[in-house]
Write a protein of this length. Structure first.
Length: 246
C-alpha cells in the first residue's frame, strides 16, 4: 500500500508540473505556435477541452498509471531464474539436506520459490500431497499476481465513456446556443463542438495508453505462471530422482 501511494504521488506531481507548463504555453503568443512540438500542442488542446470532464479523465490516467507502475515493479521483482533455483534445490536434496533446500526457497523472492517451498514442506506425505500443495498455493499466488488488474480494466473502460459523456454534454450546450441565438452560424456552434470532441479524443488517448500497459502486464503474468508450472513439474521429478519419497 505504501509503495502504491508513493507511486501515486509521484505520478500526480509529474502531472501537476505538466499542467503548469501547459497553462504557460496556453497563455503564450499565437505566433509561437509553429515552434511548439506536437506534445505541447496536445497539452494546449487538453486545456481547451475544459476542466469539467478533462479533470476526471486526468484522474483516470493518474490512477491507472499508478496501478500499472506498481504491477510492473512487483512482477519484475517476482521474476525468478527457475533453472538456477531448481539446480540449488537439487544440490541440497542430493546431499539429503531437505532443510537446506527449503531455506533456498525461503531466501528467494517470487511466487515460484514460494510454491516450491510448499511442495518441499509436504515431501514426507508423498508425491500426491506435494502436487496438491503446489496446485493449492499456486492459486493463491495467481491471485496475488493479478491484484490490481481489475482497477486498470475499470479505468480503461471508464476513460472513453467519460469522454463520450463530455462530448454529448458539449453538443447539448452547442444546441442550446443555437436555440438562444436563433441562427445556425458556424461561429456560434464551432467552439462548443470543438470542446465537446476534445473530451472524446483525450478519453480515447487515456484508454489506449492504459491498454498498452495492461497487455504488457498480462503477458508478464502469463510468463511467470508458465515458469511456475514448469518449475512445479520439475520439482516433483527432482524429488523423485533424489529418493525423497519413501
Amino acid at each position: 500500500m505504501r509503495k502504491f501511494l508513493t507511486l501515486l504521488f509521484l505520478v500526480l506531481g509529474l502531472v501537476v508540473f505538466s499542467a503548469n507548463v501547459t497553462y504557460t504555453y496556453a497563455q503564450a503568443d499565437q505566433t509561437e505556435l509553429q515552434d511548439k512540438t506536437g506534445f505541447q500542442v496536445l497539452k494546449e488542446k487538453f486545456i481547451e477541452g475544459g476542466w469539467t470532464f478533462m479533470s476526471i479523465v486526468l484522474v483516470c490516467l493518474i490512477l491507472g498509471l499508478a496501478f500499472c507502475i506498481e504491477r510492473i515493479i512487483t512482477l519484475n521483482i517476482a521474476t525468478t531464474n527457475t533453472d538456477k533455483l531448481l539446480s540449488r534445490i537439487n544440490d541440497n536434496l542430493a546431499q539429503g539436506d531437505m532443510q537446506g533446500a527449503m531455506e533456498v526457497c525461503k531466501s528467494t523472492q517470487g511466487p515460484t520459490a514460494s510454491i516450491l517451498y510448499e511442495g518441499l514442506k509436504n515431501a514426507d506425505k508423498g508425491p500426491e500431497a506435494v502436487e496438491k500443495a503446489i496446485v493449492s498455493y499456486g492459486g493463491v499466488q495467481m491471485g496475488l499476481l493479478e491484484r490490481g488488474l481489475v482497477w486498470i480494466s475499470l479505468f480503461i473502460a471508464i476513460a472513453p465513456m467519460l469522454g463520450f459523456m463530455g462530448t454529448v454534454i458539449g453538443m447539448i450546450g452547442a444546441f442550446d446556443k443555437i436555440e438562444a441565438v436563433g441562427d445556425i452560424s458556424p461561429t456560434v456552434v464551432a467552439g462548443g463542438i470543438k470542446v465537446a470532441l476534445l473530451t472524446t479524443v483525450f478519453g480515447l488517448i487515456v484508454a489506449i495508453i492504459l491498454q498498452i500497459f495492461y497487455n504488457y502486464i498480462v503477458d508478464k503474468i502469463d510468463g511467470i505462471v508458465n515458469k511456475m508450472e514448469e518449475a512445479s513439474i520439475a520439482l516433483v521429478d527432482v524429488m523423485a530422482s533424489n529418493n525423497v519419497f519413501k
